[in-house]
Write a protein that binds this ligand. Structure first.
Ligand SMILES: [Zn+2]
Length: 211
């Protein structure tokens, strides 16, 4: 049997050393204050776990500025407290009720593996992904009603799923209440890394290029 050559984690340790020597040294005062006073981010983002999607890198986010949850296909499930384990809903609750963020951003992205799995779900066998992706089933149906061309349908589904998540956010009573009283704003974004383009969902539900 051929011996498997495991990938080294050395690049990450090198990154760690650089972080300590540069970023940490240069921002020591700010980081100390942040650790002493606690975090007070004004925005929460729900982004995809995809390794190409890093909100901090794309939006110049410093520690303490954005509360970020990443999951498969940046989905928000509907409100439904029960005995199951709800990682995303727990993070949302903490950001909205405890940290009192003023913005919740759902950011979809191009070439999403989760959405790809959803588009092909009749051919899949898995333990969790298909059942998680059911959240975006309405988006899939919407996309397939528009076009049967796979790449185009996937892009429509990726954007529509952001809107599904925004609608699901409004099923959480403490989100609805804060939106109604103007304390919280919800936003739908879509990132295409190929062209480094950000699109913002407008009031009519169309994704328009950001300035
Ligand atoms: Zn994705």
């Amino acid at each position: 049997m051929a011996e498997h050559t495991r990938t080294t984690l050395e690049p990450f340790f090198e990154g760690y050393r650089q972080f300590r020597e540069q970023y940490f040294r240069e921002n020591k005062g700010q980081i100390e204050a942040l650790m002493a006073k606690g975090q007070k981010p004004k925005a929460m983002m729900i982004a995809c776990s995809d390794s190409r999607i890093d909100p901090s890198l794309k939006f110049g986010v410093n520690p303490g500025e954005m509360f970020i949850v990443r999951n498969v296909a940046n989905l928000v499930p509907p409100y439904g407290p029960d005995n199951a384990y709800h990682g995303t809903s727990a993070a949302l609750e903490f950001a909205v009720r405890d940290l009192q963020v003023e913005h919740v951003i759902v950011m979809g992205h191009a070439k999403c593996g989760g959405i790809h799995a959803l588009m092909q779900h009749e051919h899949r066998q898995d333990d969790y992904i298909s059942s998680w992706m059911k959240i975006a089933e309405p988006a899939r149906n919407f996309a397939l009603a528009k076009t049967k061309e796979p790449a185009a349908a996937q892009r429509i589904c990726e954007q529509e799923a952001v809107k599904t998540s925004l609608a699901n956010l409004m099923t959480f009573p403490w989100v609805t209440e804060r939106v109604r009283t103007g304390k919280l704003e919800l936003h739908g974004w879509y990132f295409d890394l190929e062209t480094a383009s950000l699109f913002i969902c407008d009031a009519a539900g169309a994704f328009k290029p950001a300035e």
